[in-house]
Write a protein of this length. Sequence first.
Lengths: 212, 212
Amino acid sequence: MKSEHIPKATIARLATYIQVLSEFKREGTDVVSSERLAEACSVNSSQIRKDLAYFGEFGVRGVGYYVQDLITSIKRSLGIDRAWNCGLVGVGNLGRALLRHREFSRKGFNIRGAFDCDPYKIGEIVEGMEIVCSRQLPAKVKELSLEIGIITTPPERAQRAANYLVGAGIKGIINFAPSRISVPSHIHLEYVDFFHHFYAAAFHIRFAEHQE
Amino acid sequence: MKSEHIPKATIARLATYIQVLSEFKREGTDVVSSERLAEACSVNSSQIRKDLAYFGEFGVRGVGYYVQDLITSIKRSLGIDRAWNCGLVGVGNLGRALLRHREFSRKGFNIRGAFDCDPYKIGEIVEGMEIVCSRQLPAKVKELSLEIGIITTPPERAQRAANYLVGAGIKGIINFAPSRISVPSHIHLEYVDFFHHFYAAAFHIRFAEHQE
DNA sequence: GAAGTTTTGTTAAAAAATTCACATTCACAA
DNA sequence: TTGTGAATGTGAATTTTTTAACAAAACTTC
Ligand SMILES: NC(=O)c1ccc[n+]([C@@H]2O[C@H](COP(=O)([O-])OP(=O)(O)OC[C@H]3O[C@@H](n4cnc5c(N)ncnc54)[C@H](O)[C@@H]3O)[C@@H](O)[C@H]2O)c1
Ligand SMILES: NC(=O)c1ccc[n+]([C@@H]2O[C@H](COP(=O)([O-])OP(=O)(O)OC[C@H]3O[C@@H](n4cnc5c(N)ncnc54)[C@H](O)[C@@H]3O)[C@@H](O)[C@H]2O)c1
């Protein structure tokens, strides 16, 4: 059914499918039905079939989905069947945690450049990578073919970091700082904010108490 | 219009509104229209009015919203007008970054307990807090009145961590590990997975290239 | 190789979320 | 006090997303 516009929610679910399918694979399961996958992901089974239909036909009727094949197909659909070079701006607490996180490269996102403006941090080695001055961003983006910029600076510096990245020719930005930034429309921008999960928890716990 | 069920998306947006309103406040803006707030949040203005209507009437017709009042009202609506005590299980890279993050307590989520099962880590002090053995969870949850559990263990340990937390009487869990876990239905469970933001970036960048 | 079973892919129906449109309300000025 | 302008709150219209239902396809068994 291949389609044009893909809902954001679909992409988030595809990430979950990959996660759960990988677990199935580790357990030695070769084939899985949409029903069984749906249960493991806590979604409706036609939701899964619909999500997949945006990209093509990956299953076998009467059988289900071959786990490994489906992982491969979803990855190809999302464009993560190849490596993406990333640059991280702001090597503080969070930036360091991300740099040390092996899962990034395992999932195809290689953090190849780490940038900071603090002279005490520049030159330091983190996870085998030297922290470089932000001023060198343009040169490094080209040199390392960086395509995705990760912003982990304090919020008031996020816009500046974004400007550097955009100027350097980055194609997409993931902003972990809690501030809205503006970038040209051809740059893909994602905000990461996990506080809303805490808000949701607080809200629901309180609501449940209120019910009693 | 006060309503029963609140969409997840609404809660995520309310988090954004708080963020942007706080910025307005810092800049000295006292009153803001839904139109202006909408622009800053990149959403539709009636979306904002609808989101707020779930909880009550907070604006003044012909005027707009008083920034400080609206922040207060949203916080009260979400149940974050009081402090929430949290316990963090798994003091690794990510756990440490979260423990060191001041924003948590500023937003009302106080991480009061840090737990790990690694004997080399137990006893260590992080941000003025002693890392405690996971076995002491039940005692500590009661002692410190912990209500929300934060899981930052490796994925294969997340279920066990959840079991401990549930057994200890926690009310909600935020799981940062990339694995599905099961908890009794009265426990509120949130998954934090920011890889889907990377997937979305990769997908859109690639799609844009494909368009050319 | 036909009949039966299973599970997909897809169309149709239902539900939910978003946007529009405007009557209502409030502040302020004449 | 009344009129004017502005912006909220909300019902209705629209769009999007989710769920249900089922025909088409593939495997299994007899
Ligand atoms: N730590 C967390 O757990 C956490 C969680 C959620 C969000 N965040 C957000 O992530 C961001 C980083 O948090 P953190 O705790 O790592 O803060 P941090 O202060 O430890 O690190 C910020 C780093 O950015 C660097 N920096 C500042 N301006 C810069 C610039 N213009 N160019 C390059 N580097 C610059 C600083 O030198 C510092 O190393 C913040 O916006 C924070 O709100 C952090
Ligand atoms: N580091 C990141 O940037 C990042 C980003 C996204 C998600 N995550 C996820 O967060 C989790 C933690 O990541 P990390 O990089 O901090 O890993 P890590 O290995 O540095 O830390 C894991 C910690 O959990 C402890 N632990 C293990 N089993 C435990 C148990 N049963 N009870 C208590 N503590 C236990 C370990 O001793 C260790 O200190 C992982 O699941 C990871 O996939 C990490």
